[in-house]
Design a protein around this ligand. Structure first.
Ligand code: AHR
Length: 503
């Protein structure tokens, strides 16, 4: 075993309230996310609308508060009008972002129905690639205006009497990326986002708007992009989005597990940029972050290159996740919690089949990938106030990072439930890590549960045939020790949830 790691938390030293929307997710018209994922009309478990009830159950198990839709790169070429009205009259389109055929069997109204069934809210994105102000203001009128206008009356004619009242709207997607249909410079995008947001707010002043930020930390335009876009759209937007995916294509697990360190600095840099613009504007409004695409993504890259174009719902981006991926997802969740004061929304990308915690077979079962578990634990137990973690941990160097703490951890205090939950990853892939937790200000407490996700084989996956090879157990050894501290052993390469009941 390595030297001990320690954490001190005090209930009065707080980072901020967790906005539950940081446990959001994402459904794009891409691969089998929609067709074969949330929807499969002839599946034995399809409901009356064709939504897979087995998938809905797994989604509900995650308690997902918000789901971004309909893209992603897809939205930058999408005509939302294609997806409303009688299904048999909807056009099939060439979908240029992913080079598929989009049949439009599911569109905005059906997605809103699905959200109700999944107990979640929608985060809608508008097309600022091929389209702009006019379509965005029409869509929000269709969605949120009660009645008595062309687009609101059309919604009613389509069978939706009540407005959908979608509150959160993304102004385009990854507009900084040359791969995006209608890619723009920061000035072109900043102006368009501002003007589009203004018009949308004139239709519905209660909405929240998310400006499109950098596609990943390595973008050559980062963070100048955020500075320019916010300079042009500060008065109109409430959030700036950022995206990040990690991968282990070099098969260097220690380096892979350390990558969330760069997520910490990514988040901190974007917060500084938001604050710089606020200061420059002498503004009152704080711009917060919507980390609305994040995950591990690399397993499916080679396979995707072999797919023929122009199919309906081909198996694109179907990463099969292993145990080490779940640890990285755990570290990424901890990174966001550590800035819960400013990261107010986030979406694991995506939810079903496409780089997703839930997988399905067409006509077959649905199951939980390894990454389902840290995401579920954080969503279920990680609500409340994040406490400042004073952490000491043994460290190591990896190929790209120095002084990487073996321990990645954060504590969340749920006052209402009288609980403290500690999330912890042991990045050491060789040895267990002794962990001591000092909850000095909390009075009396007991350890109610120590959940552990571990596996001897870091590459182990869950599949349709073997869906439970990587699952958590509750035999972790966290316990109250002499001196009132909690002592635990974190198994090598493990994700841990230590639940403490305040008494
Ligand atoms: O989530 C998959 C894709 O990743 C999204 O469409 C795009 O926004 C990002 O590049």
């Amino acid at each position: 075993m390595t030297d001990k790691a320690t954490m001190i938390v005090d209930k009065d030293f707080q980072i901020g309230e967790v906005d539950k929307r940081i446990y959001g997710s994402f459904i794009e018209h891409l691969g089998r996310a929609v067709y074969g994922g949330i929807y499969e009309a002839d599946h034995p478990q399809a409901d009356e609308q064709g939504f897979r009830s087995d998938v809905l159950e797994l989604v509900k198990g995650l308690d997902v508060p918000i789901v971004r839709y309909p893209g992603g790169n897809f939205v930058s070429g999408y005509n939302w009008e294609d997806g409303v009205g009688p299904v048999d009259q909807r056009p099939k389109r060439l979908e240029l972002a992913w080079r598929t055929i989009e049949p439009n069997w599911i569109g905005f109204n059906e997605f809103m129905d699905w959200c109700k069934k999944a107990n979640t809210d929608a985060m809608m994105a508008v097309n600022l690639g091929t389209r702009g102000i006019d379509d965005a203001r029409n869509l929000i009128e269709y969605s949120n205006h009660k009645s008595g206008s062309y687009w609101s009356d059309l919604r009613i004619q389509h069978g939706y009497k009540d407005p959908h009242n979608v509150k959160t709207w993304c102004l385009g997607n990854e507009m900084d990326g040359p791969w995006q249909i209608g890619h723009k410079t920061s000035v072109e995008y900043g102006r368009l986002a501002n003007e589009t947001g203004k018009a949308m707010r004139w239709v519905d002043p209660t909405i929240e708007l998310v400006a499109s930020g950098s596609s990943f930390i390595g973008m050559p335009t980062f963070p100048e992009w955020e500075a320019t876009v916010l300079d042009l759209a500060y008065d109109t937007v409430d959030y700036v989005s950022i995206h990040q995916y990690y991968g282990n294509s070099q098969n260097d697990t220690s380096n892979f597990l350390a990558q969330s360190i760069s997520m910490d600095s990514y988040i901190n840099t974007v917060i500084s940029t938001c604050d710089y613009v606020q200061a420059k504007k002498r503004g009152k409004k704080k711009i917060n972050l919507s980390f609305d695409e994040w995950n591990v993504w690399y397993h499916s890259n080679a396979q995707d290159k072999k797919l023929d174009p122009w199919q309906i719902a081909p198996p694109q981006l179907e990463d099969v996740y292993n145990h080490e991926d779940a640890l990285v997802v755990g570290c990424m969740l901890i990174s966001m919690l550590k800035r819960a004061d400013r990261v107010k929304m986030a979406c694991i990308a995506q939810l079903v089949n496409v780089i997703a915690p839930i997988m399905t077979q067409n006509g077959g079962p649905a199951w939980k990938q390894t990454i389902y578990y840290p995401y579920m634990h954080a969503s279920i137990f990680g609500r409340g106030t994040v406490l400042v973690p004073l952490v000491k941990s043994p460290k190591h160097d990896t190929k790209d990072f120095t002084d990487v703490p073996y321990l990645e951890t954060v504590a969340v205090h749920n006052e209402e439930k009288e609980e403290v939950t500690i999330f912890a990853v042991n990045r050491n892939i060789e040895e267990a890590l002794p962990f001591e937790i000092d909850l000095r200000s909390f009075g009396a407490f007991t350890v109610s549960e120590h959940i552990v996700l571990e596996h001897e084989d870091l590459k182990m996956t869950n599949t349709a045939e073997a869906p439970n090879r990587v699952t958590p157990h509750t035999s972790g050894n966290a316990a109250l020790a002499d001196g009132g501290k909690i002592q635990a052993t974190l198994s090598k390469a493990s994700w841990n949830v230590i639940r403490i009941k305040l008494t």
